[in-house]
Design a protein around this ligand. Structure first.
Ligand SMILES: C[S@@+](CC[C@H](N)C(=O)[O-])C[C@H]1O[C@@H](n2cnc3c(N)ncnc32)[C@H](O)[C@@H]1O
Length: 261
């Protein structure tokens, strides 16, 4: 089994709490339904797909089983997550079609034109040099390929509000957030065309109520049993602070799609 080395950002207790809120195999909100919405009718049949920040891997299994992908390569920087994801693919019987690779942050370790689709769900927020990443995504895509996914963006620019800073401290992850216009212009500067962004702040305002409901009441007692009182209280506080910045319109989960000519 993967270990619970506290030097990783995603410790085993943190992973347990996130799945508690977001479902088995998910480190981001919305589950299979949100993945279907962000793919927005994009047909993955026969496609070779790269998933940047594959986490626990549930989405990669889904891309093959529900969305017809031919092959998916998931990359992540945390060894325990890669191990969890590999076990999941084996259990789901798709290990031949879904592979995982541990990578270092930085250039993508793939040949030019390796993929039809590059996908990413809520992971680019953790990568600082977005322009370099987007240029590299363009490089590994085949002509006519698509970069599609979701990222957590912010409103405005410059210093965060005090409320935003409070949430960022509580969340305990390395985040580097851009706004919608910065994201559009970085994708276009990298060479993508037909760039589309869809703000999901309204959706997340509703969704986060379910998150908080899951974390409270009888479920909260179960979470305490699973990860202990201190960590459960921390999760509840972190989600409550997140709800505040979602409602203030400062945190803006956003779907994107961009094409290579
Ligand atoms: C919020 S999680 C989302 C995981 C998964 N996409 C999901 O939706 O369940 C973000 C993931 O990105 C990974 N990550 C962070 N920086 C990365 C990088 N430079 N390259 C690849 N993955 C990265 C993290 O380890 C984590 O698994």
């Amino acid at each position: 089994m993967p270990n619970s080395d506290e030097t990783y950002e995603y410790t085993e207790d943190f992973i347990a709490a996130l799945q508690w809120m977001w479902g088995d195999g998910y480190l981001s909100p919305g589950g299979p339904q949100e993945v279907a919405v962000l793919l927005d009718g994009l047909d993955l049949t026969g496609c070779d797909v790269l998933d940047i920040g594959s986490g626990l891997g549930a989405i990669d299994v889904l891309l093959v089983q529900e969305h017809g992908a031919n092959n998916v390569v998931g990359i992540d920087i945390e060894p325990p997550l890669i191990e969890h994801a590999r076990q999941r693919a084996v259990k789901a019987g798709v290990a031949e079609q879904v592979q995982y690779r541990l990578v270092e942050p930085g250039p993508l370790p793939f040949e030019d034109g390796s993929f039809d689709v590059v996908f990413s769900k809520d992971a680019i927020i953790q990568i600082s040099d977005k322009v370099a990443l987007y240029q590299d995504v363009l490089r590994v895509l085949r002509a006519g390929g698509v970069f599609v996914g979701s990222d957590w963006l912010r409103s405005g620019e410059g210093e965060y509000s005090d409320q935003f800073k409070e949430w960022l401290i509580a969340v305990q992850l390395t985040f580097d957030m851009k706004n919608l216009e910065q994201t559009r212009s970085a994708l276009e500067r990298a060479g993508f065309v037909d760039v589309k962004l869809k703000d999901r702040n309204e959706w997340y305002r509703q969704e986060i109520k379910n998150e908080l409901a899951t974390l409270s009441g009888r479920n909260y007692a179960e979470l305490i049993k699973r990860i202990g009182e201190e960590k459960a209280a921390h999760r509840l506080r972190s989600s409550t602070l997140k709800q505040r910045v979602v409602e203030r319109g400062e945190l803006r989960p956003t779907h994107f799609s961009a094409h290579k000519t």
